[in-house]
Write a protein that binds this ligand. Structure first.
Ligand SMILES: C[S@@+](CC[C@H](N)C(=O)[O-])C[C@H]1O[C@@H](n2cnc3c(N)ncnc32)[C@H](O)[C@@H]1O
Length: 198
């Protein structure tokens, strides 16, 4: 049984609205605040399973733009949109990276990727830090100038270091914790807006 066996308000809302995960409302809130999902954008979704962020984005784009996604796990169900590409694989894998790069460049690189938690906060924040570093690498390589990045990070490690590095890449950087994050969770989202020209 999961740590969170009792569905909360957000989980019930997700079930009712046909999303496989409650995390969809975190992206919705991020977008309400930062207004990144514009018609026609090309989006890369890293750590996409079970598929709520991709599904929400595809609905929002209403047939315009494109979403490429990858995850170690399969999606809860296939998303039958012609402007969607999903690859099951590890975002650290060079073959996965090449396949995703071929679908770019992107306006938005977003990652809700989370490491398997060990229960040891130092280990878990370290793994989360490494995932965000990898996402920053993707953003540096595959974003169009002016593009944006959204990445989940576990707080309590060295996220200040990530923010400093993102400030060198983006015109504006924010740390934002959506209301849909569980109160007890130590996750937050780092948002970089306006990739600077290399
Ligand atoms: C919280 S879930 C993402 C939920 C998703 N945003 C949604 O709304 O359905 C985190 C995902 O990150 C994925 N993940 C973690 N490490 C990964 C890696 N190295 N490569 C690809 N996916 C990874 C996990 O398999 C997991 O499915």
């Amino acid at each position: 049984m999961s740590t969170y066996s009792k569905p909360d308000y957000w989980a019930l809302k997700a079930q009712k609205e046909g999303y496989p995960a409650r995390s969809v409302y975190k992206l919705e809130e991020i977008d309400e605040k930062f207004k990144l999902m514009k018609p026609g954008v090309r989006v890369l979704d890293l750590g996409a399973a079970p598929g709520s962020w991709s599904l929400w984005t595809l609905k929002k784009l209403k047939g315009t733009g494109f979403v490429a996604a990858c995850d170690l796990e399969a999606l809860a169900k296939p998303l039958p949109f012609p402007n969607f590409y999903f690859l099951k694989g590890d975002l650290y894998d060079e073959k996965v990276r090449t396949a995703l790069r071929d679908r770019g460049p992107f306006n938005i690189v977003m990652s809700d990727a989370a490491p398997l938690t060990s229960g040891n906060k130092m280990v878990d924040t370290g793994r989360s830090f490494a995932l965000v570093e990898a996402v920053m690498d993707y953003a540096g390589e595959m974003l169009k100038p002016g593009g944006s990045m959204i990445a989940k990070v576990f707080q309590g490690g060295e996220e200040g270091e990530l923010i400093s590095r993102m400030k060198a890449m983006f015109a504006a950087v924010h740390s934002f914790k959506p209301k849909a994050c569980r109160r007890e969770s130590f996750e937050t989202y780092l948002i970089g807006i306006g990739l600077k020209q290399a």
